[in-house]
Design a protein around this ligand. Structure first.
Ligand SMILES: Nc1ncnc2c1ncn2[C@@H]1O[C@H](COP(=O)(O)OP(=O)(O)OC[C@H]2O[C@@H]([n+]3cccc(C(=O)O)c3)[C@H](O)[C@@H]2O)[C@@H](O)[C@H]1O
Ligand SMILES: Nc1ncnc2c1ncn2[C@@H]1O[C@H](COP(=O)(O)OP(=O)(O)OP(=O)(O)O)[C@@H](O)[C@H]1O
Ligand SMILES: [Mg+2]
Length: 246
């Protein structure tokens, strides 16, 4: 694992240097994926890396976890609270659509949640512009395959270093990097609404997805969920659809 970590760190350095930029930035949620990326970019650019904590109506406990991550890798950090911004934007949209009588209550929770992820993306790019940094994403192989991310939200990034690593491998990497156990052992959550956990929402587990990706046999029910998510999210792994030249 140490060798893979060194190669990833070197790859991040090369991508930033090739871009003619100065360093790298990541959103730090208090979860394991961003913890690993924070450690990687701190290793790649000890003096030119930044972790950004962006609460957005989030559980205050998340911020404590995020600060534990920051402390564990010693990365420079800043906190930008997006709760008010989200309220202003989302409530204005709700008001306007309600006025038209076209507000859809059923899809509102997901729309609200994805807006949080996209506000974080917008913030990261604005801060990255200030420092001349690349925005580093945190998607692992399981999330990438199932499309379990917000298009142009947490999926809107410049580099995806963990995309070939299963969730289990990310856990292994976290241990080697010195991510605190409290972060490694906590259930993965997008934190987009109260009580949300990835595995509850998806209806399958990361262990199942990992084992499927490694070619293992898994129950038909889990295979069906994973295949359906993969198919439904194909568009997220492509550039925006363009028509043929007429
Ligand atoms: N066939 C197609 N071709 C081109 N575009 C297509 C499309 N089908 C939908 N779309 C577009 O994609 C949109 C739907 O995609 P998207 O906006 O991503 O939304 P969606 O996939 O519905 O939701 C995002 C999922 O990712 C989860 N998530 C988000 C963020 C972080 C994490 C985490 O683990 O931390 C998890 C979240 O809980 C939710 O389950 C549609 O509104 C439409 O605009
Ligand atoms: N409150 C937050 N502050 C900063 N960044 C955030 C916040 N919430 C989410 N993010 C960003 O969105 C990414 C996607 O979240 P995701 O939940 O998949 O990863 P994670 O929280 O790092 O790990 P886990 O899967 O264990 O929850 C995070 O890795 C992080 O970069
Ligand atoms: Mg999370």
């Amino acid at each position: 694992m140490e060798e893979k970590i060194s190669k990833l760190v070197q790859w991040i350095q090369e991508k930033v240097n090739d871009a003619g930029l100065n360093g790298a930035i990541v959103g730090v949620s208090g979860g394991i994926d961003s913890a690993v990326v924070a450690h990687l970019i701190k290793r790649a650019f000890p003096e030119n890396s930044l972790g950004v904590i962006m609460p957005c109506k989030s559980d205050p406990k998340d911020q404590e976890y995020a600060l534990e991550v920051i402390e564990s890798c010693g990365i420079s950090h800043t906190t930008i609270d997006l709760s008010e911004t989200h309220t202003v934007l989302f409530s204005e949209m709700e008001r306007q659509l309600k006025e038209k009588g076209e507000w859809n209550e059923e899809t509102a929770r997901l729309g609200d949640a994805n807006t949080r992820a996209r506000l974080r993306m917008t913030t990261l790019y604005a801060v990255a512009n200030n420092y001349g940094y690349l925005v580093v994403g945190t998607d692992n192989a399981a999330e990438w395959h199932t499309g379990y991310f917000t298009k142009y939200g947490d999926g809107g990034v410049d580099l995806v270093p963990l995309v070939h690593f299963t969730k289990g491998e990310v856990r292994e990497m976290a241990k080697v990097l010195g991510v605190p156990d409290s972060i490694i052992n906590k259930p993965p959550s997008a934190g987009l609404w109260e009580g949300q956990t990835d595995e509850n929402e998806m209806g399958t587990t990361y262990n199942m997805i990992d084992s499927y990706l490694k070619g293992g046999q898994i129950p038909e029910k889990d295979k069906a969920i994973i295949d359906s998510m993969h198919k439904r999210t194909e568009h997220k792994r492509q550039l925006a659809a363009a028509p043929p030249k007429f």
